[in-house]
Design a protein around this ligand. Structure first.
Ligand SMILES: [Zn+2]
Length: 465
């Protein structure tokens, strides 16, 4: 009995080791990925790209002349770096003009308050609107406001974003994304929110907002954190507080912008591709360094490192720089539509990953692939372990930011998680500038992107399975 068990164990060991030897991720692939990564750590390319983008172009508000400059910059750089193919794909969207925005407290005290218009907001009537402000602690309280209870008033949501990274952002951000609809349903003539940000500067944070068909559109703006504190204090006196809001923001008929793509063409099956992405557009207040100049530089640099490695992966590595992410993932939505419905080549995407997380160092690798390819996805992750990247034992990644729309449409994905940073001190503000970028961290991130995307494009495995 004992002998039998030993024989069974021995034969299991043989079959396990033969399975391990047959892994489609060969030692040669891993060694080549490490060679690419080691070279990437020694390169200044990622740093040079983000410095060039923020200096030569600056902000890239979708549809503006700067947006066009940004696309021309990206295509020129990718061609200069020797990408095999560089092209654009059109995206329609309504151009938005920020215009001017001002807010005064007129009673019971007088102050000029620092605000910015939320992206895609309408403006006020000319000459502005003056109204009493009604405070809500958070978005869910505003949702409960009775119809007509805010007639002729300005709604104000005072919740301060918790310093808990994306979780805090997601929760507090509800007021920004949906507050205008809730406020308008209760009759408000405008909405002011405390900035969705973790700083204590008089630099308010812009960001996307939404209107709903059938609900009156009202102007929406964000107040800087210190100014929100001031308003909170004024409200504590229990007397009516009145504000005068004046904004000239407005939208136009649809214009065309473009997703920009660049490819390192695969040696055997070039139609199939690993997609590494970022968004090229930015808000217009800063220079779009953290959001998302870092991502643009990281993915362009990663592809160039693969090219410089001297050996093409079997399938292509495609860089995608999405358009009009900030206004609501518009470029990504169009990409899914065009490639699922028009070109019907969506299934050729092997795996996708985006960087839209500012300047933090990548510390984990989270796959979202089919059950039989999961072991290979994890093996790819294990190659990154010596570089401080842990492979998470989950298999739920759908892709981040723009790429989440592709992940939800069926694309296998990888999410790269980062160390905690002070990203939300600067996010969507005039302070989103190059000095906030940790150059060592983005160089590390480009090396990680280069290694995993090379392996994913070279290995013979279907990540949907
Ligand atoms: Zn972003």
């Amino acid at each position: 009995m004992k002998k039998f068990a030993l024989i069974a164990l021995a034969s299991m060991a043989v079959s396990f080791s033969s399975v391990a030897q047959e892994s489609p991720l060969t030692q040669e692939m891993k060694d080549h990925a490490v060679k690419i990564g080691e070279a990437a750590y020694k390169s200044n390319l990622t740093k040079d790209l983000i410095t060039s983008l923020t200096t030569e172009v600056g902000h890239r508000l979708a549809g503006t002349a700067n947006d066009k400059k940004g696309r021309e910059w990206a295509m020129r750089k990718m061609r200069e770096m020797g990408f095999d193919r560089v092209w654009e794909e059109p995206v329609d969207f309504p151009l938005w003009h920020r215009g001017s925005a001002s807010l005064e407290m007129t009673a019971p005290f007088e102050h000029d308050l620092h605000i910015v218009a939320l992206g895609t907001s309408i403006g006020t009537p000319e000459g502005g609107l003056t109204a009493e402000v009604v405070q809500f602690d958070e978005y869910k309280d505003l949702v409960e406001a009775e119809p007509n209870s805010l007639d002729g008033k300005i709604a104000y949501v005072s919740l301060r974003m918790a310093k808990t990274g994306l979780k805090g952002y997601g929760y507090a951000g509800q007021a920004r994304r949906m507050g205008s609809v809730a406020a308008a349903k209760a009759g408000a003539s405008a909405i002011i929110i405390r900035s969705i940000g973790t700083d204590d500067n008089r630099t308010p944070h812009t960001g996307s907002m939404n209107y709903e068909d059938g609900v009156t559109k009202i102007p929406a703006a964000a107040l800087s954190n210190p100014d929100a504190d001031l308003l909170d204090n004024a409200l504590k006196y229990g007397e009516p507080v009145t504000l005068k809001l004046e904004m000239s923001s407005h939208s136009h008929d649809p214009v065309v912008t473009y997703n920009v793509l660049g490819e390192i063409t695969g040696s055997e099956d070039p139609e199939k591709a690993v997609l590494i992405g970022a968004h090229l557009d930015s808000w217009d207040l800063g220079t779009g360094a953290l959001d998302d100049g870092t991502g643009v530089s990281i993915v362009m640099s990663a592809a160039k490192h693969i090219l410089d490695g001297g050996k093409r992966p079997k399938r292509s590595v495609r860089v995608i720089l999405f358009a009009a992410e900030e206004e609501g993932l518009i470029g990504a939505r169009e990409y899914v539509r065009a490639h699922k419905e028009d070109h019907k080549d969506f299934d050729n995407i092997l795996l996708g990953a985006e960087w839209d997380s500012g300047t933090g160092r990548i510390i984990n690798f989270a796959p979202g692939v089919g059950p039989t390819s999961l072991s290979v996805a994890r093996e790819i992750g294990y190659v990154l372990a010596p570089y401080g990247v842990a492979t998470l034992m989950t298999n739920t990644a759908k892709g981040q930011s723009d790429m989440s729309l592709l992940g939800n449409a069926g694309m296998p994905a990888v999410n790269l998680g980062m160390e905690p940073t002070n990203y939300f001190d600067f996010h969507h503000t005039a302070n989103d500038t190059l000095d906030k970028v940790d150059m060592d961290a983005i160089t590390h991130n480009a090396a990680i992107y280069a290694m995993f995307s090379y392996m994913a494009a070279d290995v013979d495995v279907d990540f949907t399975k």
